[in-house]
Design a protein around this ligand. Structure first.
Ligand code: COA
Length: 177
């Protein structure tokens, strides 16, 4: 049976392990550190981390943290990062389940936009599009600019575009972009 729940600080070692074994060696240290660091973030609005549990083992993890636009307190944005499913559990809809669960939670929080930096072929299935992200400059220059994607959860017509977004400390490292 699959159970999706909020991650706790007690899950730290399992979360680190999920990302270490899912990502290639050139990325897995930085990404697993991010996943664990999110558990210590005390942001407003809150940083969200979810895990998928199968048969009592944690096999997938996803993080969502707030992003901000200077001088605009009304607009609410989040970024999805990181996401990993242990290799032996991939292609079982666990990644999709975590993404959909997170989108539902953020929709109930009146969030305007959700960003992700990832494969458009995968995230496109959930409605993420490069054209929705293109007027929101990420905090760092991207190595793969085609992977900068966004999903509109609630329109905000008052926003002045183009604009620059800022992220929380855990994501504020150029090697993650
Ligand atoms: C990418 C990842 C999170 C997907 O999770 P998952 O649970 O295996 O995916 P799901 O079961 O929800 O979806 C599977 C579908 O997505 C497709 N898919 C998986 N990764 C994909 C990718 N990078 N590009 C396009 N399609 C992809 C599968 O082929 C499958 O397609 P199908 O349903 O038509 O058969 C997982 O493969 C993973 O952890 N990869 C390593 C870490 C990583 O790359 N994380 C994402 C960084 S942005």
């Amino acid at each position: 049976m699959i159970n999706i729940r909020n991650t706790t600080k007690l899950d730290r070692d399992s979360v680190r392990e999920i990302h270490l074994c899912a990502f290639p060696e050139n990325e897995n240290q930085a990404v697993s550190k991010l996943a664990v660091d999110l558990l210590d973030e005390d942001t407003t609005p809150e940083t969200i981390s979810l895990v998928a549990e199968v048969g009592g083992s944690l096999v997938a993890n996803i993080g969502f943290s707030p992003v901000t636009i200077h001088d605009n307190q009304e607009w609410s944005g989040y970024i999805l990062a990181p996401l990993a499913v242990k290799p032996e559990y991939q292609k079982s809809q666990l990644g999709s389940g975590l993404i959909k669960n997170g989108i539902e939670q953020l929709s109930n929080k009146d969030v305007n936009m959700l960003f992700v930096y990832g494969d458009p072929k995968y995230y496109g299935k959930f409605g993420f599009k490069p054209e929705l992200a293109s007027n929101y400059a990420p905090p760092y220059t991207l190595k793969h600019s085609f992977g900068w994607l966004a999903l509109t959860l609630k329109e905000d017509i008052s926003i002045q575009l183009p604009t620059q977004i800022s992220c929380i400390d855990s994501l504020n490292h150029p090697e993650l972009w």
